[in-house]
Design a protein around this ligand. Structure first.
Ligand SMILES: C=C(O[C@@H]1C=C(C(=O)O)C=C[C@H]1O)C(=O)O
Length: 358
């Protein structure tokens, strides 16, 4: 048996040597593609989410196991992130602090080799990308329980950045501490939103433990490191980044809580065939104006996946609508619908065509 085991381990070592050799061969191709992209456009975004999604989809479809298909995405996410970093850091600004769900959404999209820049406000995320200090920005846009993030919508009114992609991130809270032993916990600490989202669980399972509010889930995680009797309600990423143990995972009261994030860039991404387009427009103040506006989408067979309105902040009672439709702006039916609508609006701006989250 032990002979068999060491034989299998030798075999694994040989396979790993081969995987490593191939990763290096692969990296050389990535570097070469990067060079060609820069030759065509000196400020091209090297990160191409459409191609990355296609690579993962192709591999998942042909996988016969026993390696689990769910493992392919994270493995390739990191392979692509690491090889892309050879061409210089992919700088990603996001609404901080570290270990929040925005940070997790970033990791899901760009992997752990990107250079992350946590900033204090949604406005700062936009300005980091506008000034070219970051190649990409990541901001929350809507949450399944709390609705749309108005501040992000408002930023598009004055910004010329494009939507480069979207990320759907599950919001799931865990109870963490230094030792992971529940009996040691004398105090629970977290951001007020996380505490509110776990209220029932805390009342049922830890009714006598005092709960205190701090500025962020990351701060709560830091407190755990300073004091072993403190537990934090925080993300899985916080457990990893701060080296904490999980006392109990998934303690949120609503188990179906997702936040959608937008990736911002100065450039448009490649078309994929599974894209969506976001538009911002304002309409003339007259009876039936909104009905008139939406008709071209239906008549061109385009499905509208979202509509939100916000006061324009320019004139009282003037509203701006944010509309998401299926399809890419280079598709005929989208182009025609947008042309029709432009004639009916006071103003209209395409915020971007980008791959729909898969
Ligand atoms: C190599 C490319 O550039 C980047 C690296 C990729 C990879 O490692 O396969 C895929 C897409 C891009 O983010 C490419 O566009 O093909």
């Amino acid at each position: 048996m032990s002979g068999d085991l060491s034989e299998h381990r030798k075999e694994i070592d040989r396979i790993d040597d081969e995987i490593l050799r191939l990763l290096n061969v692969r990296s050389k191709s990535v570097i070469e593609i990067g060079r060609l992209k820069k030759q065509q456009d000196a400020d091209a975004n090297l990160h191409t989410p459409a191609r990355e999604a296609a690579i993962i989809e192709r591999l998942v479809a042909q996988n016969t196991g026993p390696f689990p298909s769910e493992g392919i995405r994270p493995v390739y996410r990191e392979i692509m992130s690491a090889s892309l970093s050879l061409e210089g850091p992919q700088k990603v600004a996001y609404l901080g602090p570290r270990a929040t769900f925005t940070h997790m959404a970033c990791m899901q999209k760009f992997g752990s080799s990107a250079q992350y820049i946590p900033v204090h406000s949604i406005k700062e995320v936009f300005s980091e990308v506008e000034r070219g200090r970051a190649n990409f920005g990541v901001v929350p846009i809507e949450n399944t329980t709390e609705g749309v993030v108005n501040h992000t919508l408002d930023m598009f009114i004055d910004s010329n950045l494009l939507i480069y992609g979207e990320v759907l991130q599950e919001v799931s809270h865990h109870l963490l501490s230094k030792s992971g032993v529940p009996e040691e916990i004398k105090k629970i600490s977290s951001h007020p939103h996380a505490i509110a989202q776990c209220r029932n669980w805390l009342e049922t399972h830890m009714p006598h433990v005092p709960v205190s509010e701090v500025a962020s889930t990351a701060r709560a995680a830091e407190l755990c490191l300073e004091d072993a009797s403190v537990a934090a309600i925080a993300s899985q990423l916080a457990a990893e980044l701060y080296g904490l143990k999980v006392i109990k995972s998934r303690i949120e009261d609503n188990l179906n809580n997702f936040t959608r994030f937008l990736v911002l860039s100065q450039k448009a991404p490649e078309r994929t065939g599974k894209d969506k387009t976001s538009l911002m427009l304002s309409i003339k103040d007259k009876v039936g104006a909104l009905y008139d506006l939406l008709r071209p989408f239906a008549s061109h067979g385009l499905s509208m996946t979202k509509i939100e309105s916000r006061p324009s902040r320019r004139k009282a009672w003037e509203y701006i609508f944010f509309v998401d439709i299926e399809g890419h702006i280079e598709e005929d039916r989208v182009k025609k619908a947008v042309e029709d609508i432009t004639g009916r609006c006071l103003f209209m701006k395409v915020l971007g065509s980008y791959p729909a989250h898969s």
